[in-house]
Design a protein around this ligand. Structure first.
Ligand code: WQD
Length: 343
């Protein structure tokens, strides 16, 4: 059974493609390489021993997406394609609203058009959402019924897409949608052949720490150590990308078998501070990660971690991998690919 992955050459998409093959699915990758690299396709072939069908183009091109859907006839679609840098979204809101919301509208309209021609099919979609839709949570851990809010255009775009999907499912009962709210994805496939390869200076903690450890960056700036947390630094729910990929497989399987839509948190249910990550990475890499305390970063919250009970109940899914394993796999990827996919 084919599953179409928009943004399939990206960080989460590529890891999910491997997990789907291991679960017996046939991923079809769609990507415009705006935030990914063609080398990923070769790496995926080396990991899986097979060449996945690949479609190069933009999810905003609705007629083309319709053509892709008609040619491949996937049983489901996983929508990863979009921009995801919080800071950039504040500087370039229109880019985020256009690419993220416009891209989702385009994909949904293409799926609707294909379904209209064959009403016997049930449009099936897994959407890559984010814990950012919770804004600054009043308490932790966070459950799916917490109030949503947005503190930046990236999070706003995810929240709007979630609302679009809710309205679509209310109007079209045939649709089956799984919304996955990621917490902080980190780590890499244990082969070290695929991993996180941010363009330019990493916004996120783990890739920045990895680049300090490998010698690409001089030191880490710790954004604030005066938060109301055990060591004063920000606490987050870091989840191994392999666990996240498994969550997507479980989501598509649940939609295909039960046909009921759902929204779930994909997190471990425990939080780690910035300094916890620094220490774990030093242990995993055997390298020092020098850091300096810097002012707080605008928009950051003190603590954010998931209550993942609903995903366990509905999908039979739980994160299994530890922070040490996240750091060991991230280090294997970074040390084998000091310049990412650019070589
Ligand atoms: C984690 C912690 C920082 C960098 C964002 C998005 C979220 C998701 C993951 C897309 C915080 C601290 C960071 C650094 C630091 N992205 N930090 N120095 O902000 O929790 O979440 O990325 O889906 O939607 O909001 O992740 O890794 O940027 O920060 O001290 O150089 O590390 O203050 O406490 P964040 P992050």
């Amino acid at each position: 059974m084919k599953v179409l992955l928009t943004g399939g050459a990206g960080y989460i998409g590529s890891h999910t493609a491997v997990a789907l093959i291991e679960a017996g699915f046939e991923p079809v990758l769609l990507d415009n390489f705006a935030n990914s690299h063609p080398v990923v396709l070769d790496r995926l072939a080396r990991i899986t021993g097979q060449t996945m069908p690949f479609e190069q183009g933009d999810v905003l091109d609705t007629p083309w997406v319709e053509d892709v859907l008609r040619r491949h006839r996937p049983v489901g679609v996983i929508h990863f394609a979009g921009d995801k840098a919080v800071g950039e979204s504040v500087a370039l809101p229109l880019k985020y609203f256009h690419n993220n919301i416009g891209g989702a509208v385009s994909l949904l309209r293409a799926m609707e058009a294909v379904h209209a021609q064959d009403p016997s099919t049930a449009p099936t979609l897994v959407f890559s959402s984010s814990a950012t839709v919770y804004g600054d949570p009043a308490t932790v851990p966070i459950t799916e019924d917490f109030p949503r809010s947005h503190t930046n255009p990236y999070g706003h775009s995810k929240l709007v897409i979630e609302d679009m999907l809710t309205a679509l499912c209310a109007a079209r009962p045939a649709w089956r949608v799984g919304t996955l709210r990621y917490f902080n994805p980190v780590g890499a496939h244990p082969s070290g052949l695929i991993g996180e390869d941010p363009a330019g200076i990493p916004n996120n903690l783990m890739p920045y720490v990895a680049q300090v450890a490998v010698g690409q960056r001089e030191h880490l700036n710790v954004y604030g150590n005066d938060y109301p947390t055990p060591d004063g630094t920000g606490v987050r729910d870091y989840i191994h990308v392999q666990d996240l990929a498994a969550g997507h497989v479980a989501a598509i399987q649940a939609l295909l078998s039960r046909g009921e839509s759902f929204t779930v948190n994909l997190g471990t249910g425990s939080g780690h501070s910035v300094l916890d990550v620094v220490r774990a990475f030093e242990k995993a890499s055997g390298r020092p990660v020098p850091y300096r305390i810097a002012p707080r970063r605008a928009g950051d919250v003190a603590q954010c971690w998931a209550d993942p009970a609903r995903a366990s109940r509905l999908l039979g899914w739980q994160a299994k991998l530890t922070l040490d394993q996240m750091c060991a796999d991230a280090w294997r990827w970074q040390s084998a690919n000091p310049n990412g996919y650019k070589g």
